[in-house]
Design a protein around this ligand. Sequence first.
Ligand SMILES: [Zn+2]
Ligand SMILES: [Zn+2]
Length: 116
Amino acid sequence: MVLAASGRPLTIPEILGRRHGLAQSSVYRNLVVLEQAGVVRRIVTHDERTRYELAEELTGHHHHLVCSRCGLVEDVPASDDLERSVAAAAARTARSTGFRIDHHRIDLLGICGPCS
Ligand SMILES: [Zn+2]
Ligand SMILES: [Zn+2]
């Protein structure tokens, strides 16, 4: 599967570029089905290009670097110290709001190497 080998979320044009012979309509249909099945997650950033990645149950927990200039989205591993801080903050928020927190997503926004 194209998404498994990429190491970052891909747009539909990127998926088509990596696997020749796929029709855009069937890629789109497959992604919708996989998303509904919980296998694929859709990522929407500030640009218009929706990206897709495998669910964290399959790839492991990670965060994203998002370039505000070119729209690039890269995976970054979740570091232990950041996870501990987020878990502590989430526990405080859960206590004060009564909201049961299951999960978090962190996007770090900025300018990528080639753009800066
Ligand atoms: Zn960039
Ligand atoms: Zn995390």
